[in-house]
Design a protein around this ligand. Structure first.
Ligand code: ZN
Length: 294
């Protein structure tokens, strides 16, 4: 099954909902960063949420960034997405290995620790919209639920999951975001809560062969679901040599000069996709000239 996002409304538009399958893109992220299972799970959940949140954006050039800054061994996790649901992400420490939880599940909250979740919406205005909340559990889905409630005042239910194979590749990944519109009735809210209690985990639904449509069908059972569209989603990095030049320039003239004095070529890797860019000393010199001019 190729990665995609499905959107829907239910209960006469009192609910809007999204679900996705993201195995391919999470596996691509894993292989690019050679990440450990617990980091793949953490990043995979954040990438899945990011993909759905990206698909909700209206403007062609809109960008959204999810940043988790925790005090756990993973360090910070960053995911960026555009309005075509093209996502990319990385963890500060991709190789973290910690013991599983007593129930055998990967300990994502243990890797993340305590800290904050920040959502940055860049809609081409002068200042991006930034919302930060404290992490509630570090399991990511609950943290996004809390973010939506507190920062955007949109009551939501978020489910995310990544299941790993024994060989550390990704077996399945995906999730859902269900949101209540301001005019949702108490009856609908109760019904949704009841449904959410009754469903199994995202990974057991996906690994059991459920499509995103079937997943939403279970979350919104008996609520007159209407599917409104699908959108492909993929891992995509838009880095370029020019962008990495800017990174080098941003290090400052002193740093550039000291690289030039070292007399060796410099290799700079893109944090999001691990593509390596090599700069020769002559190129560093011309960057220095550029930065002096600016
Ligand atoms: Zn890149």
């Amino acid at each position: 099954m190729k990665d995609y996002i499905v959107s829907a409304t239910a209960a006469g538009a009192q609910i809007r909902a999204f679900a996705c399958t993201t195995r391919e893109l999470v596996e691509e992220c894993r292989s690019r960063h050679n990440s450990s299972p617990v980091i793949t799970a953490a990043l995979g959940r954040l990438l899945s949420a990011g993909a759905m949140m990206g698909s909700m954006m209206k403007g062609e050039d809109d960008k959204l960034t999810l940043k988790i800054s925790g005090n756990g061994p993973a360090g910070s996790l960053i995911v960026t997405v555009d309005s075509l649901a093209r996502v990319k992400g990385y963890a500060a420490n991709p190789a973290v290995v910690i013991p599983a939880k007593p129930n055998g599940k990967l300990d994502v909250s243990g890797a993340v620790g305590n800290g904050t979740l920040t959502v940055i919406r860049d809609m081409g205005l002068k200042d991006p919209y930034v919302g930060t909340v404290d992490l509630q559990t570090g399991e990511i889905a609950e943290d996004l639920t809390y973010y939506y409630a507190v920062s955007e005042q949109v009551p939501s239910a978020v489910g995310l999951g990544v299941l790993m194979n024994k060989d550390n590749t990704v077996n399945c990944a995906g999730g859902f975001i269900v949101q209540l519109m301001p005019f949702a009735s108490d009856e609908i809210i109760e019904k949704l809560e009841e449904n959410l209690k009754g469903i199994s985990s995202v990974t057991s639904m996906l690994s059991g062969g459920d499509t995103p449509e079937e997943l939403l069908g279970k979350v919104l059972a008996g609520m007159d679901i209407e599917f409104t569209g699908t959108m492909p989603t993929e891992y995509h990095c838009d880095c370029s040599r020019e962008r990495l030049e800017q990174v080098l320039i941003s290090l400052g003239r002193e740093e550039l000069q000291s690289m030039i004095d070292d007399g060796k070529e410099v290799e700079v890797g893109c944090q999001f996709c691990n593509t390596k860019y090599v700069f020769q000393v002559d190129e560093l010199k011309s960057l220095l000239r550029k930065s002096t001019r600016d």
